[in-house]
Design a protein around this ligand. Structure first.
Ligand SMILES: N#[N+]C[C@@H]1[C@@H](O)[C@H](O)[C@@H](O)[C@@H]2O[C@H]12
Length: 467
C-alpha cells in the first residue's frame, strides 16, 4: 500500500481491509498469574510469598491493596474455568504459587497445594482448554527471600527442585511449561528501583539477581529434560526502542535501552552471552560471571513467550542507570498505565526476534491494555449484562493484526494469550488498573464478560476471520 494512502487510513480501517486467517493450530487463549487472581494466599498449608509481605508493608501498594482476596480464584476456580469455556478459549496461561507447593521454598511438599493445581488442570482439560503453566510469576517464597532470594546462587537449585516437584505431578497433562515470567521486571522492579517485591534499590544487586534468575531458568530446563516429555520455554517482556531524533546521543541511548530490556535475558538464554552494553550501563556494578554459568543458562528451548504492551521512543538524558528515557508522543494514544498504543512495534519486534535469534517458535504470552471501563450496564436485548470497552477491543484487534503481519513475513508465532482473562491485582498499582476481557466486581466477585471478551470469542471461533 502506498505510504501516503496508508497514513490516511486508521489502524482500524486498515485492519478491516485485510483478510485474516491465522495458521491452522494457532492457539488462542488468555493469561493470569497466581498472586493477581487467587486470593487465600495462606490457605491449606501455603507459606507466605514476598508479595504477601510487600503488600502488607504500609505504603508499598496503591490504597494498601493486597492479594488476600484478589479475584477469589482459589475458591472460584471451577466457575472461572466455566467462564473460559464460555469464551471459547483454547488455552489458559496461569502461574503456580511456589509457596503453596513448598511453603518453605524447598524441602517439605504441601500436597494440598499440588492438589489445587492438579484439579485446575484436570478441569481445564475436561473443557478442552490447554494449560500453559508458568513456574515463576514473581511470588518468591518469603522463606527463600530470608536466605537471600535471587541474590543467593543456591536459588538455581531451589528453583530446579520446585520445578521438579511440579513436573512429576503434572507433566503430560501440562504440555507447555514456562520457567520465568519477565525476569527484567523481577530485577528492574524488585532490585533496582524497588517498586516491586522485594523492594530493593541497589545497582550492585540487580545484575546478580538477573544472572541468578537466568541460572535458575537453565537449571529448571535441565531438570525438565530429565523428567518431562513435552515443551518448556521462557517468557520475556520486550519493547522496541525508537530513537527520538537522528542524533548520535539518541542512537547510543537506544542501544543501551535495547540491550538492557530486550537483550539482557534473550541473549544469555539463546546465545549464551550478555550484550556488551550491560557492562557500560552498570560499570563497576557489573560482575565477572563464571563462564560455566553460561553453559547452564543456554539450554535448548521449545519456545519463547513474548509479552508485548508498548514501544518506547527513546532519547539520551540523565537517568539511572541507562542515561536514556522515553519521550511522550504528542499524537499518541495512551492506556491507563501510561503506555502508548503502538501495534506496529509488535510487528517490528517479532521481525527483530526472528532476525536475531532465528526460527524458535514464539507465543505472544501477554498482550492487553488497561483502559477506564464504564460500570457494568443493564442488560441488553439478549438479557446479557454489558461492559462497553471499545478501546480494549480496538487495542486487541490492532495487535492481532500486527501479529498477522509478522506471521505473513515468516515469523513462527504459534499462539496468543490475551492479558488478562479477568480484571485483577495490578501488583503495586492495586485494583484500579483493569486489563481483563472479563470485568470483576471486587465487592461481589461477580464476573461479567466485557464487549472485548465477546469480540475475542468471535475471533477465536473464526480463527481470526472476525478480526
Ligand atoms: N502492567 N501490567 C500488566 C501485566 C502484569 O499484570 C503481568 O503480571 C506482567 O506479567 C506484565 O506486566 C504486565
Amino acid at each position: 500500500m502506498p505510504q501516503q494512502a496508508r497514513e490516511e487510513s486508521s489502524p482500524m480501517a486498515q485492519a478491516q481491509q485485510k483478510d485474516f486467517s491465522f495458521p491452522k493450530g494457532f492457539l488462542w487463549g488468555a493469561a493470569t498469574a497466581a498472586h493477581q487472581i487467587e486470593g487465600s494466599p495462606l490457605a491449606d498449608g501455603a507459606g507466605p510469598s514476598i508479595w504477601t509481605r510487600f503488600a502488607h508493608t504500609p505504603g508499598m501498594t496503591a490504597n494498601g491493596d493486597t492479594g488476600d482476596v484478589a479475584c477469589d480464584h482459589y475458591r472460584r476456580w471451577k466457575d472461572d474455568v466455566r467462564l473460559m469455556r464460555e469464551l471459547g478459549l483454547q488455552a489458559y496461561r496461569f502461574s503456580v504459587s511456589w509457596s503453596r507447593i513448598l511453603p518453605e521454598g524447598t524441602g517439605r511438599v504441601n500436597q494440598a497445594g499440588i492438589d489445587f493445581y492438579s484439579r485446575l488442570v484436570d478441569e481445564l482439560l475436561a473443557n478442552d482448554i490447554e494449560p500453559l503453566l508458568t513456574l515463576y510469576h514473581w511470588d518468591l517464597p518469603a522463606a527463600l527471600d530470608d536466605r537471600g532470594g535471587w541474590l543467593n546462587r543456591d536459588c538455581a537449585d531451589w528453583f530446579a527442585e520446585y520445578g521438579s516437584v511440579l513436573y512429576r505431578a503434572l507433566d503430560g497433562r501440562v504440555k507447555k511449561w514456562v520457567t520465568l515470567n519477565e525476569p527484567w521486571v523481577v530485577t528492574d522492579g524488585g532490585y533496582l528501583h524497588g517498586a516491586l517485591a522485594p523492594g530493593h534499590r541497589n545497582r550492585y544487586e540487580a545484575p546478580i539477581a538477573s544472572h541468578n534468575l537466568m541460572r535458575a531458568h537453565g537449571a529448571a530446563v535441565q531438570a525438565y529434560r530429565a523428567i518431562g516429555q513435552h515443551e518448556i520455554g521462557l517468557v520475556v517482556n520486550i519493547e522496541p526502542k525508537y530513537a527520538a531524533s537522528g542524533s548520535v546521543d539518541d542512537a547510543a541511548a537506544v542501544k543501551r535501552a535495547h540491550a538492557y530490556m530486550n537483550e539482557q535475558y534473550l541473549h544469555p538464554a539463546l546465545l549464551g552471552r550478555y550484550p556488551p552494553e550491560l557492562g557500560e550501563i552498570f560499570g563497576d556494578a557489573w560482575p565477572q560471571f563464571p563462564p560455566e554459568d553460561f553453559e547452564l543458562i543456554v539450554q535448548p528451548l521449545d519456545f519463547i513467550g513474548i509479552n508485548y504492551y508498548t514501544r518506547s521512543v527513546t532519547e539520551a538524558r540523565r537517568s539511572y542507570p541507562l542515561d536514556a528515557g522515553p519521550v511522550k508522543q504528542p499524537l499518541g494514544t495512551y492506556t491507563e498505565t501510561g503506555w502508548e498504543v503502538f501495534p506496529q512495534g509488535l510487528t517490528d519486534l517479532l521481525l527483530w526476534f526472528k532476525q536475531t535469534y532465528g526460527d524458535i517458535p514464539v507465543y505472544i504470552t501477554e498482550n492487553g491494555a488497561a483502559f477506564f471501563d464504564p460500570p457494568v450496564a443493564d442488560t441488553d436485548a439478549a438479557g446479557d449484562r454489558r461492559v462497553r470497552d471499545p478501546l480494549r477491543t480496538d487495542y486487541l484487534r490492532q495487535h492481532l493484526s500486527a501479529i498477522h503481519d509478522a506471521i505473513a513475513a515468516g515469523v513462527d508465532v504459534r499462539g496468543y494469550m490475551a492479558w488478562s482473562l479477568m480484571d485483577n491485582l495490578e501488583w503495586s498499582l492495586g485494583y484500579g488498573k483493569r486489563f481483563g476481557i472479563v470485568h470483576v466486581n471486587y465487592g461481589t466477585q461477580e464476573r461479567t464478560i466485557k464487549d472485548s471478551g465477546r469480540w475475542y470469542s468471535r475471533v477465536i471461533a473464526s480463527q481470526g476471520g472476525a478480526l
